[in-house]
Design a protein around this ligand. Structure first.
Ligand SMILES: Cc1cc2nc3c(=O)[nH]c(=O)nc-3n(C[C@H](O)[C@H](O)[C@H](O)COP(=O)(O)OP(=O)(O)OC[C@H]3O[C@@H](n4cnc5c(N)ncnc54)[C@H](O)[C@@H]3O)c2cc1C
Length: 446
């Protein structure tokens, strides 16, 4: 006989989105049940913005986050160089160093930018959620979802769950289903959520390695992201031992001990769900399940926390009968435009990065042509000056990403959950670049 568990809320996925949702539901006195396939085995996100920290502050765990975060002046600064030890092509200052950004936080938020790695964030959220009655089951996978409506018109989901240790299966019947199951969301696929997508613009590969690079990390080289561009050596195979040699070459030091821990490839996506919830039903997508994009702009796990913060109180109010179910429609109305902006902007950010690579000669047809293009950068000739201007302009465009306070902050909402009837005027119009400049306003929905 197959065992069937009954619950009101089922959260599939215990990454930042699922754990944040479980935490905020817990804050609202609701007790979700969670499924998680694997523990995280490698680091991903690390940029954590003040507006996501504000959500943690609301449940009293901001300080814990800050204790595990890297805080300081080189946060988000990007540099491009021939290798870690080699010649630097240029550097763009990030939020905490750039003159136009310093001081921004004081006007708009009590919180700060910090580097809070996803692998540090998740245990903090898990602890809070578990202490608020979140029942998480690791090593279990949702393999199927069926939906049905009972005689009273109540909509429910029956999920088939596989235990990855015993290989047994069982069912969970739930009233609310949350797809926080990441980029390959089974929930999005099974429930036929529709996506607005563009073709993939390429592939990338993450190499996680262990190496002691302390001797290379002089103060001048401090940065959050280092791009090593070698136009005279444009390709290498991501296989050992060639990969170890390639990493040493990129470090500019043949003597460094390198231990390769993982190699993961991924495709660059540009895709966002049309709706984050299904009309009239209680199925919802959060974060990577709802939008796919490159990591540029570092807003992925920040939006996890913010999607969850937006959704949790609404679900809690509706489930307790304190609000009508139409309140839940405001989740898509408010959060889908944020996801759509992020997908568009992060792909634009990647394209700006590609322009830098091209300007130093990375896309020349042969390594020799790449060398020649690179050499022009040092020439005291009009051609050299033109090449340097091209590199500088390309880096300045990337700079928009590193000063994108507006993209992180200007998330205002227009929905039936925002009460405007007693407003005398309309929302003030932002004067400036909405990605960089911030609008400080107490207009409802801000
Ligand atoms: C290299 C890199 C750098 C990044 N840097 C940043 C950054 O600096 N700042 C930032 O904000 N974001 C960054 N991101 C993006 C960020 O990592 C993601 O947006 C974030 O992890 C999405 O969280 P999630 O909870 O939606 O999905 P995930 O983190 O993918 O979590 C989903 C979870 O669901 C589980 N799961 C999946 N399917 C099932 C199933 N069927 N049953 C049970 N469990 C299931 C998975 O095991 C997984 O643990 C970066 C991403 C990458 C790749």
């Amino acid at each position: 006989m197959t065992c069937e568990v009954q619950t009101k809320f089922l959260v599939v996925g215990a990454g930042p989105a699922g754990l944040a949702l479980a935490s905020f539901l817990g804050q609202n006195g609701e007790h979700p049940y969670g499924k998680q396939r694997y523990h995280r085995r490698y680091p991903e996100s690390y940029i954590f913005n003040p507006f996501a920290f504000e959500c943690l502050r609301d449940i009293g765990i901001e300080d814990q986050g800050l204790q595990h975060a890297v805080r300081g002046r080189t946060l988000q600064t990007m540099r491009w160089a021939r290798s870690m030890a080699g010649e630097e092509y240029g550097k763009v200052l990030g939020f905490s160093e750039h003159p136009s950004c310093i001081g921004h936080t004081h006007g708009i938020t009590p919180s700060e930018y910090a580097e809070l790695s996803q692998s540090e964030l998740e245990p903090i959220l898990l602890r809070y959620a578990s202490h608020h009655s979140f029942h998480v089951r690791f090593s279990t996978e949702l393999v199927d979802v069926a939906q049905f409506t009972d005689d009273t018109g109540k909509h429910e989901y029956i999920c088939t769950i596989q235990d990855l240790i015993s290989h047994g299966t069982w069912k969970i019947r739930t009233q609310y289903l949350f797809g926080a199951d990441g980029a390959r969301s089974n929930i999005a696929r099974s429930l036929d959520f529709k996506f607005i997508s563009k073709p993939s613009s390429g592939k990338a590969c993450n190499v996680l390695l262990r190496a002691d690079l302390a001797h290379l990390m002089s103060k001048e080289r401090h940065a959050a992201l280092h791009w090593f561009l070698k136009p005279d050596r444009t390709t290498f195979r991501a296989e050992r031992p060639e990969l170890v040699d390639a990493v040493r070459d990129l470090m500019g030091d043949d003597s460094v001990d390198i231990e390769i821990l993982r190699v993961d490839s991924w495709a660059v996506h540009e895709s966002v769900a049309e709706q984050y919830s299904l009309g009239g039903q209680n199925a919802f997508l959060l974060d990577d399940a709802a939008h796919l994009h490159p990591p540029a702009y570092g807003l992925g796990s920040n939006t996890c926390v913010q999607d969850a913060y937006n959704l949790a109180w609404k679900v809690a109010y509706v489930s307790k009968g304190l609000a009508g179910s139409r309140l839940l429609e405001s989740y898509t109305k408010e959060r889908q435009p944020v996801g759509a902006m992020l997908v568009q902007q992060s792909n634009k950010g990647l394209a700006a990065q590609v322009d830098v690579w091209q300007s130093v000669g990375m896309f020349e047809s042969t390594p020799e042509d790449g060398s020649r293009q690179l050499a022009k950068l040092s020439q005291a000739t009009p051609e050299g000056e033109a090449s340097r201007a091209k590199v500088r302009n390309a880096m300045e465009l990337v700079g928009e990403e590193l000063q994108s306070w507006g993209a992180a902050h200007n998330q205002w909402y227009v929905s039936t959950a925002v009460y405007l009837a007693d407003e005398e005027g309309s929302r003030p119009v932002l004067d400036g670049n909405p990605i960089v400049d911030v609008e400080i306003s107490t207009y409802p929905g801000s």
